[in-house]
Design a protein around this ligand. Sequence first.
Ligand SMILES: Nc1ncnc2c1ncn2[C@@H]1O[C@H](COP(=O)(O)OP(=O)(O)OP(=O)(O)O)[C@@H](O)[C@H]1O
Ligand SMILES: [Mg+2]
Length: 509
Amino acid sequence: MSAYLLEMRGIVKQFDGVRALDGIDIKVTAGECVGLCGENGAGKSTLMKVLSGVYPHGTYDGDIVWNGAPLRAASIRETEAAGIVIIHQELMLVPELSVTENLFLGNEITLPGGRLDYDAMNRRAVQLLAELNIRDVNVVLPVKQYGGGHQQLIEIAKALNKNARLLILDEPSSSLTSSEIAVLLDIIRQLKAKGVTCIYISHKLDEIEAICDTIVTIRDGKHIATTPMRDMSVEKIIAQMVGREMNQLYPASRHVPGDVIFEARNVTCWDPDNPQRKRVDDVSFTLRKGEILGIAGLVGAGRTELVSAIFGSYEGQYKAEVLFEGQPLDTRNPIRSIRSGVAMVPEDRKHHGIVPDLSVGQNMTMAVLQQFSHGSRIDQDEELKVVRGEIGRLKLKTASPFLPITGLSGGNQQKAVLSKMLLTQPRILILDEPTRGVDVGAKFEIYQLMFDLAAQGVSIIMVSSELQEVLGISDRVLVIGEGRLRGDFVNDHLTQETLLAAALAQPLH
Ligand SMILES: Nc1ncnc2c1ncn2[C@@H]1O[C@H](COP(=O)(O)OP(=O)(O)OP(=O)(O)O)[C@@H](O)[C@H]1O
Ligand SMILES: [Mg+2]
């Protein structure tokens, strides 16, 4: 009988001849919480998909021993029956179905005779959400009514309902607020106390440090090390992930902002579902040439609404007066904005960023196709040259530009979306949570790119929930709270406390 709950031996997984996993061995003891760490594209999600039956037995090489016996699952259903439950990196909810229906999808409670027992399911749904401290969700409404953070919590509740022995969480916290993350970490602690084993994937290494007992690092599809957390530090995890010491998280190069070039006046956005309610209330600000303007605030404060109104992609009613070099800018649609030199990389990559049916390269050049067209013909050689150049510049990890974009790891999809907007050669670049799901090394590269753009005179507006990041790279920071502008600070000896106090509209103690 094995001392381990789980052993994965010599796992190899190839996609079109590319080895995403190159002979990985890992062992997990019952009851421990394992932090699975690695750069974007290292193979974390792929390894977990092998384990959970997304990639069935026979589509990979190597062996899985679960609870002392070989596991050769043909589907997710089989691994779930064995007690292995996965929460995927990309949300898997069905938007049109109700919260309850999503929670019980494939796992329905039925009445004798086979009809669905909605009363029982609704009651259980309310209870499950209460356990996660979510009180403002109506379980009979369609899931699409709720934002990303809530949907993520609903996804977690769905997994908790399955009585897992091993719970795999693939970047569960990327769209959660800090208080939601605290709830999530508490839940994992409670699960641990009940003997549930967890594998936790996150690029937020402070979370890993807070809850994991063991750190498994992988790089380029190979196992690098398994180390008890007590012998590790965040710096050591980073060094194992990237294969070198990283002594600097933010670029040191400097740029000097010029004159005011862009101005937004009295931006107001109304809630599409409740036209009485303002999501953004009369916000005005200016932006200098070559300036990096951070926008901080709690999730739900109205930051995304504010920037999408300026870009012309806000879905409800809005009012915005925008001046670019003294000229009024038409903010009624994104295509016009892009033509005027204003580009935006949205927060929600899956719904607004990528076109899943297209290749990596097609996604990247989508907004600038006319550059390559001669009459009705597209100069594909020229297009490919540009795409390869971008792949190199952003160190985007893909076996080929012709792969479907959905074959890229999460962080690399993010880079492709960024590149799509960079190709439009914007003069004002709006980035909404640009480093979500991006590893530490690649974050540095994205910051460096932002600094380079700023030095060339491009003005950047960056919405970010990571206060450290806001402080690390912004020249100036706006704080938004409950739809209003709560502060406009030059980033000089600015602290997280000041920003938080402004966001909460509470004085510092
Ligand atoms: N369906 C697929 N088709 C082709 N290649 C794939 C597919 N899925 C993953 N890959 C490749 O396998 C490698 C590992 O990807 P994976 O998604 O496991 O990375 P990851 O460690 O989860 O990264 P991230 O932190 O960005 O989520 C990547 O190079 C990716 O491009
Ligand atoms: Mg992943």
